[in-house]
Unconditional design. Structure first.
Length: 194
């Protein structure tokens, strides 16, 4: 795999992992409302769910590649369209008020990841856009999905650790931050389709 493509893969992973999404926002909201100790069950549910979903993404992409290999080429363009949609959405989005969570349970955090379309699209797009053109073996797909889940966990831990500090900074500078992130994602599309 060319270094340029691998670099773009990591840029895509970092941006996707660290931008606001359901898991990161719920973690931030929970830590600011309940603190680390009371929020731990929910946080560990989010982390566990993230890894399970990414492993399912690897199995899905492997199955498609094995039984319908021509579909992977099409999925690359679907993934590029998704990244473009994500870039536009990030560029025009504004911070939203978080809703207060009434409980911080492991099950709530775990199940959130199964309905979190962002991480499903994230995992499938990363594999079909950057990895499968070079290697579509199951161990490699799982390896890269574990990288994605690890970055996602680190990102959620960052949102937890920084708590209100990130929220205040992001609220103040959200527009330029969102535009830079969106432009960087557009560059990732170029390397995906190159």
């Amino acid at each position: 795999m060319p270094t340029y493509v691998l670099g773009s893969f990591f840029i895509y992973v970092i941006i996707n992992a660290f931008t606001p999404g359901p898991g990161n926002i719920l973690a931030l909201n929970t830590v600011t409302n309940y603190g680390w100790k009371k929020g731990k069950p929910l946080f560990f549910g989010i982390f566990t769910g993230y890894y399970v979903v990414q492993l399912l993404c690897a199995l899905f992409v492997y199955g498609i590649g094995t039984f319908l290999p021509d579909v992977l080429g099409v999925m690359k363009y679907i993934g590029a369209a998704y990244i473009l949609w994500l870039a536009v959405h990030i560029a025009i989005s504004k911070p939203q008020e978080e809703k207060e969570e009434k409980s911080a349970s492991y099950t709530k955090g775990f199940l959130l990841q199964f309905v979190n379309i962002k991480i499903w699209m994230f995992g499938i797009t990363a594999l079909t856009g950057y990895i499968t053109s070079y290697d579509s073996s199951l161990p490699i797909l799982i390896f890269f999905e574990l990288i994605i889940a690890t970055f996602g966990t680190i990102a959620t831990l960052t949102w937890i650790g920084m708590g209100a500090a990130i929220q205040k900074w992001y609220l103040k500078y959200y527009r330029p931050v969102n535009i830079v992130l969106a432009l960087t994602l557009v560059e990732c599309i170029y390397s995906m389709l190159k």
